[in-house]
Ligand binder design. Sequence first.
Ligand code: BES
Ligand code: ZN
Length: 624
Amino acid sequence: MRTTPFILLGLLAIFSAAITSCTSETLPSGKSQAILEMKRANDFHSYSRPEEAVVTHLNWTASIDFATRIITATAAYDIQAAADAERILFDCVDLNVTGVVVDGAPVDWQLGPAQPIMGQPLSIPISKDSKQVLISYQSSPDAGALLWVEGEQPFLFTQSQAILARTWIPCQDSPGIRFTYEAHVDVPTGTMAMMSATNPTEQALDGHYDFVMDQPIPSYLLALAVGNVEFRSVGAHTGVYAVPELIDAAAYEFAEMEELLIAAENLYGKYAWERYDLLVLPAAFPFGGMENPRLTFATPTIIAGDRSLVALVAHELAHSWSGNLVTNATWDDFWLNEGFTVYFEQRIMESVYGREVSEMLATLSYQGLVDEVDQIMDTNPDDTHLKLHLQNRNPDDGMTAIAYDKGYFFLRLLEETVGRETFDSFLKTYFETHSFSVMDTDRFIDYLKTNLLNTPELLATVDLSAWIFGPGLPANCPSVGSKRIERVDAALQAWESGAMSTNDLPWNDWVYQERYRFLSNLDDNSSADRLAELDEAWAISQTGNNEVLFAWLEQSIRSHYGPSYARLESFLVEIGRRKFLTPLYGAMIETDQADLAKRIYALARPHYHSVATGTMDELLNWPG
Ligand code: BES
Ligand code: ZN
């Protein structure tokens, strides 16, 4: 009996140790030394040295000026410094730093030399007892993260991933460093400000907005948007923001968001971020979607009128677990964010819309992956490894189908190897165990070996090194099968050989995935006459589905189908989504229409975001 108190004490000690180690990673004001001592993968894309001094909380006060395209702000960080700390380092690109104060006293700060992709290190002298640094600064009108849309409906949005947060806020811009934040933002009246945080649902008459994000996030998830938008609730935890002209269409298109959220929770555990809202951005947004916590940013090009493109919402929602809760430690580990997210996205789609739909999507991904692997193998085979080597390169180079779809097929192989039930409970535990924390490829492999592939047979079946450190698509890549896609392929063959007439194509029975498959697999040498037949029978140029339109425009370029060119031009001038731009401009170049490409690009370029112009300038050798 006498031992009981000791046992209890021992148990208490174990529990409190568990709580402390958890607190340091999950709680907003986690002040534990553990934050500093956390084992960190080396992130080549940040100047920060978190072992010496690391941020824990940001208080951002900003004023947004559309006329000058400048953000004037102060970033006050709570920090933790190691016993031997002499300075804290931040990442900056083109920031005009005007003063730095540490614990109330001005200090002698220094900006180091600028490197092309990395920008400049901002070095601030501190000691082990320093608690807060306050940086006053202005952003540059050309800040890479920002897109200022002019006109009657001014709009501003940021895109911080991968390393553009440092163009609008001095920060320790590494995905392995998390901090909570609050913000106080002044914007022009008649606009609403929104962030990756608690958001308003009404416009403030005085243009002042306050935000809180009390769960720690990495800097690439810092986000701001400003525009004349309205809010519409679509479910208990879900809603949409859009400009007045689009709010009805958006509320209809995304009406199933709550259902997607519930499906996601049923798969891999409770949603951690309280609300899941979606903001419809201007068409210049360079991506389909961006998983900013609590508020996904999305392109308006997924508003098709029939809810056919919601897989993108499933994808960004899935990031609320894979990416936002468990975050890739460096951009070399990007597949841990995106591959897991595509897998999760597919599972949400299967659970809400059925296996037939999700298998059609998987079949399209597979084709895209095989094409892209072929292409990358010619130039840079190492870029087909899941684990990347992006040192001295732009992390943007890692945004290929490899992280997404090779990552997906790797997880699908794991599922097929151990069985769905086992895999699901593995994934659920993985998210729970590593919530608000980081993961790198080597640690994931260890975790996998301990918790899933724990026999030599299982390891041999999967072949981790071929998938993660090897090129191309390993021979044991799972196969996908879709009867509906097979029937499309048969129809295409029959139509091309003349065995099926244009009017006999079941175009009207096809959903978008089938139409997309048909158009993207048309023979590149189809004649303009044959495209004219299709257009006449099925009014393809008039489609409201931008994925179908995109596939159609690409074929029109390859077949020199003149009647599509006006639509091509308006599409490219209006829409800045890089996934559409690269193939369309690329097709013009490949088919000796570079002059046309450059003429359209000259008109369109001023509307694009820096992420898009960065890629297109190179592709088109602009300005030449
Ligand atoms: N997080 C990505 C977007 C991203 C990745 C931006 C890397 C910058 C650097 C987002 O979740 C994404 O993957 N978007 C895709 C959507 C998709 C695969 C459904 C896109 O925009 O195309
Ligand atoms: Zn993603």
